[in-house]
Structures are given as C-alpha cells and as structure tokens.
Design a protein around this ligand. Structure first.
Ligand SMILES: [Zn+2]
Ligand SMILES: [Zn+2]
Length: 445
C-alpha cells in the first residue's frame, strides 16, 4: 500500500500534521520502511514558526516569541531527539519486543480499519501517558520541561523532554498484542506532529471541531497555571478522552502560562533536569520511608497528610498581571547567540543526515559538542558569571570541530566569514574571561 499515489501538492509532513494523510500512503509492511515524518518535518516546523511570527506582528504589533524563550524551546526539542542518533526510541523498541513474543492476534497492516484503529488507540494511550506524567511526580519531573515556557507559541511545542521517553513506552504496550509495529511507528509520529500546530494563541476558536478535537483553545488551558487549568485537557488529537474521564476544562479567564513556580532560567540542562534534584532534596526533608517514597509516586503538589494529588488551594493564585521572566541582555549579544545557534542547527542537521556514515565515537563526540554549545548559550542568556569562561572554552572546541569539517557555513560562499566569526568569538570571550578573572581576583583581595 505504501506505493499508492499520494495526493496533492501539499508536502506530506504538512498534511501529516493536520491528519490529512490517507491510510494508503502511510501503511508500511516493515517498520524499517516507515518514513521518519517527524525528522522530515523540520522545514514545516520552521515555515509555520516564521508564519506565526509574521502574522503575530501584523495582528498584535508585537513578536509572539522572544529570542531567549524561543531558542530554549527549540534547544529542548533538539536535545530530546539526540538519543535517536544512537538507538531506536524506547517506545518502538519495547513495542517490537512485546509484538514479537506476546502478540495475541495480528491485525492486517494494510487495512484502513487497522490504520484508523491505531490512530485512536495511540491517542487513547497518549491520554494516559500524559495524565500519569502530570499525576506522578517522578514522571512530572520529565514532563515539566514541556510546561516550563511562560509563553505559548509554536516554539513551545518543540520544548520536549529528554527523559519522558524512558517511561512513556509502558503505556503503549497493550497495543503491541494486536497492532503491527510499523503502524504503531507511523501513528506515534502523527500523534506528535498533530500536537505541533495547536501551540498558538493566534487561532482562537474552531467551532464544532472543538467538540471532538484537541485544539489551540483546549491546549492553551492545558499549559495554564491558573487554578482552573491545573491537570486539565490531557488529550493529544482527541479531546473526547478528557470529556469522558472528567478532566476537561473550557478556556474562560485569560490563561497565564508556565509552571506554578517558574524556573526563571534558560540554561537547557537545568530546564531538563532541575526537577529531579528538587524531588530528591524534598524527599530528604521527610522522616518516614513512605513519605519519602510518596514524594516520587504521588502528585507533584502532594505533601504529607494531603490526598494523592495534594491540595490545589496551595498553588499560588494568578492575578492576570504576571510578566514572563526575561533577561535584560543587549541586542548584539542576542544576535551573537542567534548566529551561533544557527551554526549549531546546521551541524545538528548534518549529523542526522550523515549518522549512518559516522562512527559511534564521532556521534558521541558531536552529541557532547551540541550539549556544550546549548549549555553555554544558555549561560549567556542567563547572564551567569561563568558564562565568559565556558563560552571561551566552547569556542576552542568549536575551532577544533570546525577543523575536522563538522561546522559548515550556512552557504559555501559564507565559508570565510564563518571562520572569521568563530575566531573573533574566541578572541572576544578570551578577553571577557580575562577581565572577569581579574575582577574576581580583585574582589577576593
Ligand atoms: Zn502536559
Ligand atoms: Zn503542549
């Protein structure tokens, strides 16, 4: 069926995002043949983000996205996909394992019925993945990444967790008793792609579609920290699960986005991992083993003596006047960070394109370089005192990576300017580090 003629002039990944793929063009016999829809959707992501930016400016007169928040969200998306350079995703690996050993029936892979059944089945499982991710603190430690932006735009959709895939696979396993892995591999991607475009404030209401589908309006509520938004609207594609299981809330008051206790940082490893440390530290303040354990397995708002999900009355009230955390940093520094981020995006893209030709050691080295770069740029955005030294060291590594041919200019004609830019960056941060070291030495004297 995969050979059937695909309709139309609209790119496949764009149609995939809006549930416009036909079963005919997206059924595959073998899991190896499944198209990497998410990976190939990068141009669509970029195109729609730019469109949102332009429409936002025309509509509101202001940018819907800031450099600091937008880059942090895109960085989280990049980091969340790094493990795929080395291993197949946990979800698919576990799924294939169960399918090969324990399947009860074998639904036909080339049937439209199986295709639609899988779409609904994956979405049903996703509802529970998502609900548990909000109601069990150790799972929330992973998922909070997605909620950590105080803005709501298409870049927020890319703010994904590195560690959530370590637990989410469990919830999809019942489907492996009947649904072929290739169809699961298609729908796990389509489910994720659908959830991209609903992260926008520019689409207000979609009429009757709001009854059945998860929409920007419903998902805004999910990202809110207003009391009426907490633990509501978990659906992926369909909102009917929330209506069925009592977790639906319509959008009423102005939604204030983000975590109930904002993290106020743009440093990417803190964004990804800070909550694990927080949970551990909190558990050490409790005396009994059960309370220590409950810190991890009950709701994030739970405290001893409270019900499983804690008391929502303890959550700070919003006034509607909250202003997102925004560092005060100069325009040249913003341009600097954006340029280095674009260079890294090129390296990141090349790495995924050429991964089959690179050794595991090279890939590990490049993953380390990507993490170092994103961390260092986060230090600069956060204006941390050690940012200059870290960025200087990163520039040294960058020069070496460039020499090995892994940092390429955006176009060949920019080769010389790119090389000069990297060298000047190193020089600038070396001087900044020197003056920082001098000032700290003076202070200590
Ligand atoms: Zn969520
Ligand atoms: Zn979301």
């Amino acid at each position: 069926m995969a050979e059937a003629v695909a309709p139309s002039w609209i790119p496949t990944e764009l149609r995939a995002m809006f549930l416009m793929l036909t079963p005919n063009e997206s059924c595959f016999q073998d899991v190896e043949d499944v198209r990497p829809y998410v990976q190939q959707a990068t141009p669509v992501f970029v195109g729609l983000m730019l469109l949102e930016l332009v429409v936002g400016v025309l509509k509101t007169g202001a940018s819907v996205v800031t450099v600091s928040d937008g880059l942090t969200s895109i960085s989280a998306g990049m980091i969340s996909r790094l493990p795929h350079l080395l291993v197949r995703g946990c979800e698919l690996t576990a799924y294939i394992y169960v399918w090969e050993r324990y399947r009860l029936v074998e639904l036909p892979w080339d049937s439209a019925w199986t295709w639609w059944f899988t779409l609904v089945g994956v979405d049903f499982c996703y509802y529970w993945v998502h609900r548990f991710a909000h109601e069990v603190a150790i799972l929330w430690a992973a998922h909070q990444v997605h909620h950590s932006s105080e803005y709501y735009n298409l870049t927020t959709a890319l703010r994904q967790s590195l560690t959530q895939q370590l637990s989410s696979w469990i919830f999809y396993l019942p489907m492996a008793l009947a649904v072929p892995p290739s169809l699961f591999a298609v729908h796990i991607q389509l489910n994720l792609l659908y959830q991209f475009w609903i992260h926008t404030e520019l689409i207000r209401d979609l009429g009757p579609l709001e009854w059945i589908f998860n929409t920007p309006k419903h998902h805004r509520v999910h990202h809110g920290r207003n009391l009426y938004c907490i633990d509501k609207n978990y659906g992926g594609i369909l909102i009917v699960w929330d209506r069925l299981f009592g977790t639906f809330a319509p959008e009423t008051d102005k939604v204030i986005y983000g975590l109930v206790f904002p993290i106020n940082t743009f440093e990417i490893l803190s964004v990804q991992l800070h909550y694990y440390l927080y949970l551990w530290e909190r558990s050490t303040t409790y005396k009994t083993i059960w309370d220590k354990l409950s810190t991890f397995i009950k709701g994030p708002s739970w405290t001893p003596g409270k019900s499983r999900l804690g008391d929502h009355a303890d959550i700070p009230k919003v006034t509607g006047q909250e202003v997102p955390h925004e560092p005060s940093w100069s325009l040249p520094l913003q341009v600097y960070v954006v340029l280095h981020f674009l260079l890294l995006l090129g390296t990141y893209h090349d790495l995924f394109e050429n991964k089959m030709m690179l050794s595991q050691l090279t890939i590990l080295g490049m993953i380390s370089y990507i993490l170092l770069t994103l961390t260092s740029l986060g230090f600069i955005i956060d204006q941390r005192p050690t940012a200059a030294v870290l960025e200087m060291l990163r520039c040294v590594v960058m020069v070496m990576v460039q020499r090995c041919g892994y940092v390429n200019p955006l176009t060949p004609s920019l080769a010389v300017p790119t090389e000069a830019f990297v060298s000047l960056s190193l020089l600038y941060w070396a001087l900044q580090s020197f003056s920082w070291l001098l000032s700290t030495k003076k202070k200590s004297e």
